[in-house]
Design a protein around this ligand. Structure first.
Ligand SMILES: Nc1ncnc2c1ncn2[C@@H]1O[C@H](COP(=O)(O)OP(=O)(O)O)[C@@H](O)[C@H]1O
Ligand SMILES: N[C@@H](CCC(=O)OP(=O)(O)O)C(=O)O
Length: 370
């Protein structure tokens, strides 16, 4: 079917537990029914499922300090197997297989590992298996974590070249303020651009088990929209929410994608590496990069922040300090401290070598301003 869409459905702990410390299996079966129906309509479905920590707590009947990393990892290790067992049992009702993928930031940083994860996801979808993704909480420490499943689901949507990202939570969408503390807050139905004004509306999680609240949902939506993916934030308990979101019923908060989807390597630049440093550009270089589609030359670099090697990802900032692009830097921070502000003809005399005049080549750069 040529109208086939790929949909990433992110289910927050709040949806899977209904705010309790146990998995709400009656509701999970309802979500599975909707996923099965979407597949019958010819669409592909990927779940990003939170709930491992909650499931671990439920299984062990143990109260422990959730601020302690080892405790949380223990609960996730126990809970993840319970969680996937529950999903498999429920999808079995419809004769659907599931495949578990546990990822960390490190799996997406490295281009080769990113491509491996992409191929696994592709193979699961090709064989009509529903991928169920979570962060590998049992082993991931802060340095190699994505940190929250909202961002992980956006990275998954990029990996899968999805059409829609549904962030299902315990609120009907993004409100003008946290509705838990502001009963007057109203739903925002459509967002064109995620700027500081929109970000300022989003608070953190209102529960002990949720991570990130609305703030991480907006981060995720911003990454997704730049990769051409539409995001919908909606209530996981709304009847038929998954079916209606995809079939264009006005529902929750819809965050529009940017016009044209970007090509593979640039998608990885958005999804993958964490930045190792910053290049601050003058106005001329900013215009050249943003408006003229040029590579970044050393001449327009005013200063360099951070320590990085050749080939690492850096952020490019304009004179106001706003991040305008991400890209792979062809020179190390040590080299750049010598050649910033100079013409490329001088590189060899100063460094003893030269990797070409582009500091960040156009092919290795993705723009963020819009
Ligand atoms: N502007 C806002 N609009 C809606 N919810 C918000 C807002 N700011 C903060 N929140 C909070 O975000 C919570 C949902 O995020 P979170 O607890 O992380 O849930 P999940 O487990 O679904 O990811 C809501 O319960 C709400 O308290
Ligand atoms: N990976 C964790 C969930 C992390 C997370 O982002 O939680 P949530 O904000 O509920 O989606 C778990 O499975 O418990």
């Amino acid at each position: 079917m040529n109208n086939s869409k790929t949909i990433v459905v992110k289910l927050g702990t709040s949806v899977l537990t209904g705010g309790s410390f146990t998995l709400d299996k009656a509701h999970m079966v309802e979500l599975v029914r909707q996923c099965a129906q979407l597949r019958q309509q010819g669409h592909k479905v990927i779940l990003v499922s939170s709930g491992a920590v909650a499931a671990g707590k439920e299984h062990l009947h143990m109260s422990c300090d959730l601020n302690n990393l080892a405790n949380k990892q223990m609960l996730a290790a126990v809970g993840q197997s319970q969680l996937i067992l529950t999903w498999q049992t429920l999808f079995n009702i419809y004769g659907i297989h599931v495949g578990q993928m546990l990822l960390t930031r490190a799996d997406l940083d490295d281009r080769e590992r990113y491509l491996n994860a992409r191929d696994t996801l592709g193979a699961l979808l090709k064989h009509n298996i529903v991928p169920i993704i979570n962060e590998n909480d049992a082993v991931a420490t802060a340095e190699i974590k994505v940190g929250d499943n909202d961002n992980l689901s956006a990275l998954t949507a990029i990996l899968a070249q999805a059409d829609h990202l549904l962030l299902l939570t315990d609120q009907p969408g993004l409100f003008t303020a946290d509705p838990r503390s502001n009963p007057e807050a109203t739903l925002i139905e459509e967002v064109d651009k995620i700027d500081d004004r929109i970000r300022s509306l989003a608070g953190g999680s209102g529960t002990h088990l949720g991570t990130g609240g609305m703030a991480t949902k907006l981060q995720a939506a911003d990454i997704a929209r730049r990769a051409g993916v539409e995001t919908i934030i909606a209530a996981g308990h709304r009847p038929n929410v998954i079916l209606e979101s995809v079939n264009k019923t006005a529902i929750g908060t819809r965050i529009k994608p940017l016009g044209s989807p970007i090509e593979g390597r640039k998608r990885w630049l958005l999804a993958g590496p964490v930045s190792s440093g910053k290049l601050c550009l003058d106005a001329g270089a900013t215009d050249a990069v943003v408006l003229q589609g040029s590579s970044l030359l050393a001449k327009g670099i005013k200063h360099v922040e951070g320590v990085f090697q050749r080939g690492e990802l850096v952020e490019l900032c304009n004179a106001q300090g706003e991040i305008i692009a991400r890209g792979l830097c062809r020179y190390s921070s040590a080299d750049l401290s010598q050649i910033k502000g100079l013409h490329s003809e001088q590189f060899k005399a100063l460094l003893g070598f030269d990797y070409g005049k582009a500091i960040v080549h156009r092919d290795d750069l993705v723009l963020l301003d819009d």
